[in-house]
Design a protein around this ligand. Structure first.
Ligand code: NAP
Length: 280
């Protein structure tokens, strides 16, 4: 399951939708605090892809020591600015910042990361809204590559607000209809739990936690986890060994990462629609 290819398809489709509508301005604003290198790279990629999708993007860059009040001021301004449709505060903020307080300032209809209380509430209640980019990206990969979900057993390893929990809710939704198990650090029999699954998703951040022994022959395996090792970026899945047993598998890198960006842009267009700034 090639995430780069699917990202390119989605970005091209977004560019087509926007130009067909007469190119109304659709704007994503990112807020980057501090000089963490991976965060800078992620934000840069988001802006490059936004331009390809025919969107406007703004990047508010703040020094690591700017202080909570100034970060909140910037987010408040973006929240009130009708020309901004999506707001993303790059996580993690440097130590000492109250991330929850910053998130609370983002209106649900501009919450392209799907992380606010209102967005999570909408997801649980099944009300239309914005869903986290990484979980949405996993769902797009499953759909695009024809992985059946209805009545299938899915195991999501990881239960974070960012990935594992919303993804579990999406997989269990009516219409998707997987039977979902949420595994975590206290799961006693991870091997057995995984071996019964038709879909295994690693969202942990532990290099090569998932081996060939975890995978039922033919199962679909999706790798969200990122570990930085001396050999480069490594996923939760031991790709070389697992690809020999899996029916479908995402590479790391080149799988879920690009999809997170594609779905951020998809969410930005959805946000513009929710605000009445783009034709439904
Ligand atoms: P997180 O908040 O640290 O959550 C990790 C989860 O893994 C927790 O639920 C934890 O269980 C569970 N876990 C830890 N050790 C485990 C073990 N040995 N067996 C089973 N479960 C275990 O991380 P996150 O924000 O969800 O991110 C997860 C990974 O995805 C990270 O590597 C992150 O960098 C990556 N990520 C990738 C993308 C992408 O686009 N590909 C996007 C976002 C994040 P407990 O709840 O019991 O502690």
């Amino acid at each position: 399951m090639d995430g780069n290819r699917l990202r390119d398809e989605i970005v091209l489709n977004l560019a087509h939708i926007i130009s067909s509508a007469g190119s109304p301005a659709v704007c994503l604003a990112t807020v980057l605090v501090g000089d963490d290198a991976p965060s800078q790279r992620y934000v840069r990629n988001k802006h490059v892809q936004a331009a390809k999708a025919g969107m406007i993007s703004r990047n508010e860059v703040l020094a690591a020591d700017v202080g909570q009040a100034e970060v909140e001021n910037v987010v408040r301004r973006l929240a009130q600015d009708p020309s901004v449709h999506g707001i993303l505060v790059q996580s993690p903020l440097p130590a000492g910042y109250d991330e929850e307080a910053v998130l609370a300032l983002i209106p649900a209809d501009k919450d392209v990361d799907g992380l606010t209380l209102a967005s999570m509430g909408r997801l649980v209640r099944g009300v239309p809204g914005l869903v986290g980019c990484t979980p949405l990206g996993v769902m797009r990969l499953l759909q695009r590559y024809g992985v059946a979900t209805s009545g299938k057993r899915a195991v999501v390893i990881g239960r974070s607000m960012l990935v594992g929990l919303p993804l579990s809710l999406l997989l269990a939704r009516k219409g998707v209809d997987a039977t979902v198990t949420i595994a975590h650090s206290r799961t006693a029999d991870l091997l057995e739990v995984c071996r019964q699954a038709d879909i295994v998703i690693g969202a942990v951040g532990q290099a090569h936690l998932i081996t060939a022994a975890h995978i039922k022959p033919g199962a679909a395996v999706i790798d969200v986890g990122i570990s930085r090792t001396e050999a480069g970026i490594v996923g939760d899945v031991d790709f070389e060994a697992v690809q020999a047993v899996a029916g479908a598998i995402t590479p790391m890198p080149g799988g879920t990462g690009p999809m997170t960006i594609a779905c951020l842009l998809e969410n930005t267009l959805t946000a513009a629609r929710l605000q009445g700034a783009f034709p439904a």
